[in-house]
Design a protein around this ligand. Structure first.
Ligand code: ATP
Length: 273
């Protein structure tokens, strides 16, 4: 079902090859997931709660280990080298950064201190200063609160800080886990527009996990849809946005969609699987 992302033209920098993930030695959560992300592109990974999106990101970033999870079949390669089941620190050193769901900023440190923390492996002090300025240019709200404690930021500002902190490490690739979570529609729009700008200006490769399919697809070059630990559909932004099942199940809205959700989900599964 899953088709390689040749439409993206560029070489994949990240390949997830038919991975199976098991938690606590017994709980099988991913059942053969494959996806590719080409250099400099934004790829969206969409799907309902519990589909396995965060687990896929953690399998890439090495954070699975902290939850007693393991890739038990298949592999993940980054820039041609296998990174699955490698320690998270090694994967960070290779340039992959995960911006976690729920933000995880240090609340009793200031905004600027949090940003410096993102650059803790760097010795180029001048460039770190310049990068803090760059982050403030992307997120002017953070500049206004530079010396304030991060714990006092609003949810949207904390999300901005989490993304800014990841940028401070000069990553090659960002894994973004639900950047829209808990944000007002206006802030979602703002955060997504900045993510798009960072991608365009820095050429930063991104894999974006979202339940908010509307926003995510609009900014992605390519998308994958997950259900119950499997990729059930993939395609370019245009293909997915014009796909009737995607429109019906992920892009629509209103009461009718909610009340028929189960039936439609069943019909969709029958068609996709
Ligand atoms: P959500 O949007 O709710 O985060 P998701 O698509 O990101 O959903 P995952 O968080 O990857 O889904 O979860 C996939 C499945 O794996 C779920 O059934 C979940 O209960 C299970 N799971 C996740 N983390 C663990 C863990 N540490 N131990 C055991 N099972 C887990």
């Amino acid at each position: 079902m899953s088709r390689p992302a040749e439409e993206m033209t560029a070489e994949p920098v990240l390949s997830v090859n038919n991975i199976e993930v098991v938690y606590d030695d017994v709980i099988l959560v991913l059942r053969g997931v494959s996806l590719e992300v080409a250099q400099g592109r934004i790829v969206a990974l969409l799907g309902a709660n519990g589909a396995g999106k965060s687990t896929t990101l953690k399998a890439i970033s090495g954070l699975l280990k902290t939850e007693d999870g393991e890739v038990t079949r298949g592999n993940v390669t980054f820039e041609g080298e296998t990174v699955s089941n490698r320690p998270a620190e090694e994967i960070v050193r290779r340039g992959i950064f995960q911006v976690m769901e729920g933000r995880r900023i240090v609340e009793d440190m200031t905004v600027t201190e949090n940003l410096r923390l993102g650059a803790f492996t760097r010795r180029d002090k001048e460039a770190v200063r310049a990068d803090i300025d760059m982050v403030f240019d992307y997120f002017p709200r953070l500049r206004e609160r530079a010396n304030g404690l991060a714990g006092y930021l609003s949810g949207g500002e904390q999300q901005m800080l989490a993304i800014g902190r990841a940028l401070m490490a000069r990553p090659k690739m960002l894994l973004l886990d639900e950047p829209s979570m808990g944000l007002s529609p206006l802030l979602v729009k703002e955060v997504f527009s900045i993510i798009g700008k960072i991608n365009r200006e820095q050429g930063l490769t991104m894999l974006l996990v979202e339940q908010n399919a509307n926003y995510a697809l609009r900014m992605a070059d390519y998308g994958y849809i997950m259900e119950s630990g499997k990729i059930v559909l993939d395609g370019t932004r245009e293909e997915l946005m014009n796909n009737e099942d995607v429109k019906e199940s992920y892009l629509g809205g209103g009461e009718e969609r909610r009340s028929f959700k189960n039936l439609k989900s069943y019909k969709r599964r029958k068609r996709w699987l």
